[in-house]
Write a protein that binds this ligand. Structure first.
Ligand SMILES: N[C@@H](CCC(=O)N[C@@H](CS)C(=O)NCC(=O)O)C(=O)O
Length: 215
């Protein structure tokens, strides 16, 4: 049997969640290696200089080191619900690049405000909301998702970061006026796809294969 692609992952990392959601949606199987980020395995360091997660080792020297590339690869193998084709491509690409760029910047400052004492956390929170949550909420208001008839790749790419943002201060999130985004987030959090994505696995030990995933 040909070896499975190897996915190096960290359960709580939003980039890794993004990649795993796409792998699950595509229904492709991988060998999943859960990584301890404080003690990265040499196999991961050997295939990615940056040694961030997720990393997908396809074999034959082909390695994907960016979560969006991994998601695109997975959905290119199999895309049962048209995640890659449904939606407003220009709007979705802009929302995703804002998520990875400006939003991530303000998200980190909101989450670790004590490390960035130049401003109060509320200032960072407002900036995060202005750059992503506000346009996302407007986009979600019509149908509740970014895809035309359901989720698409951008819904899955953005969700793990909004999840992280909402969890910083649950009261502030509930009090904010982002009704469409709150509903969207709640649906994601209750979805079977997310539940499967977050199943806990032991940290991978070198020398033994990681589990086939999904199981
Ligand atoms: N641009 C990368 C970013 C991945 C990333 O930064 N992942 C974090 C974990 S959430 C990481 O591996 N950080 C390195 C470390 O903690 O050593 C992607 O989209 O995959």
């Amino acid at each position: 049997m040909p070896a499975l692609p190897i996915l190096y992952s960290f359960r709580r990392c939003p980039y890794a969640i993004r990649a795993r959601l796409a792998v699950l949606q595509a229904g492709v199987a991988v060998e999943l290696r859960e990584v301890d980020l404080r003690c990265k395995p040499t196999e991961l360091l050997a295939c990615s200089r940056a040694a961030t997660v997720p990393v997908l080792d396809l074999g034959g020297g082909q390695v994907l080191t960016q979560s969006l590339d991994i998601a695109r690869w997975a959905l290119t193998q199999h895309d049962p619900d048209g995640w890659l084709i449904r939606g407003d491509a220009a709007r979705d690409s802009l929302l995703v690049s804002t998520t990875d760029g400006e939003f991530k910047h303000w998200l980190d400052r909101t989450k670790y405000a004590e490390r960035f004492p130049e401003q109060r956390a509320e200032v960072y929170r407002a900036a995060a909301e202005r750059c992503l949550i506000e346009p996302l909420d407007a986009a979600l208001r019509a149908t509740g998702h970014l895809g035309d008839n359901g989720y698409n790749w951008a819904d899955a790419a953005i969700f793990p970061f909004v999840r992280q943002f909402a969890a910083i201060d649950a009261d502030a999130w509930t009090a904010a006026p982002w009704m469409a985004t709150r509903r969207w987030l709640d649906r994601w959090l209750g979805s079977p796809l997310f539940a499967t994505c977050m199943v806990k696995l032991p940290v991978w030990q070198a020398g033994a294969p990681g589990p086939r995933w999904p199981g």
